[in-house]
Design a protein around this ligand. Sequence first.
Ligand SMILES: Nc1ncnc2c1ncn2[C@@H]1O[C@H](COP(=O)(O)OP(=O)(O)OP(=O)(O)O)[C@@H](O)[C@H]1O
Length: 332
Amino acid sequence: MSLLEVDDLTVTYRTGGGDVPAVRGVSFALEAGQKLGLAGESGCGKSTMALALLRLLPKTARLTGEIRFDGEDILTMSWGRLRAVRWAGASIVFQGAMHSLNAVQRIGAQIAEPIRLHSKATEAEIRRKTGELLEHVGLPARRADAYPHELSGGQRQRVMIAMALACDPKLIVADEPTTALDVMIQAQILTLIESLVAEQDISLLMISHDLSVLADTCDRLAVMYAGRIVEEGPAAAVFGAARHPYGQALAAAFPRIGDPASRRRPQGLAGDPPDPAELPTGCAFHPRCPARLDHCDRVDPALWPTADDDRRAACVHVLPDEGLSLLTKEPA
Ligand SMILES: Nc1ncnc2c1ncn2[C@@H]1O[C@H](COP(=O)(O)OP(=O)(O)OP(=O)(O)O)[C@@H](O)[C@H]1O
């Protein structure tokens, strides 16, 4: 049994202007101890996915499908059980720590809150654990008395990581954990996340628009486009030689910095991602696709295992030759 299994998940936001299908039939699994990277451009549904995993979406979101965490069905579990799973089972590190932390509460008190909720520890034990957590993420324990505005962006993100670790979760979901930081601090935070999850055997679902960051940190990568996963597989294979034209474009847009073997220069992808409320017919990527065939505006391929290995891609170019009848069916 996988630690996290997402099966045919859809998330639709109801708005005054009509329904917005933000996630459209996403399935993936994350094994215990594994690090999965979820990549894609702004608006492709990455954050919606992350929030759905712990049912943190606004009331306007309608979910279908299945999310199983550690054998339990997240979408049908009681609120009481869900509160227990949040922080202690899985915790989320959001992008932009300044907005996620409470500006008028000392950071020690904010780290202490989930510990108090999820354990029977005494106040003295909670204070000690808070200090230990801060030191664990590279901050002096005395910074517990600081307010968020007294810390740098990198330090605030360290506080968010300390909070995420506070209840010893099995899974951390990190949603663009370094996007708001400069490159040097970004590298420090990524190294910190990597070492902590390895040390404590925590599974990681890391979300970013930057495929190269994910390729450095994660074992597997999933690439999202317009609410669907269009490619999924081992990180080196997806980043080094993606099968889906969108995966290829994303890898070309984020070449690995400082890798002399990679002589790739950053290449932008023409056009914008589609508005989810007005998706193109057929494959949602076809209007921007350099490898588009005539029928790509009519067929929307399912994720299909590629010929050789442990990878899946949703593109007519990876399908066997049996013809168009296969295109929308799930593989046996
Ligand atoms: N509360 C909401 N109501 C209506 N539509 C929403 C809501 N939240 C997100 N959306 C829409 O759902 C789609 C997916 O958004 P989401 O934030 O999940 O994408 P993302 O890939 O995480 O983008 P970013 O990296 O910019 O956060 C977008 O078109 C967005 O405008």
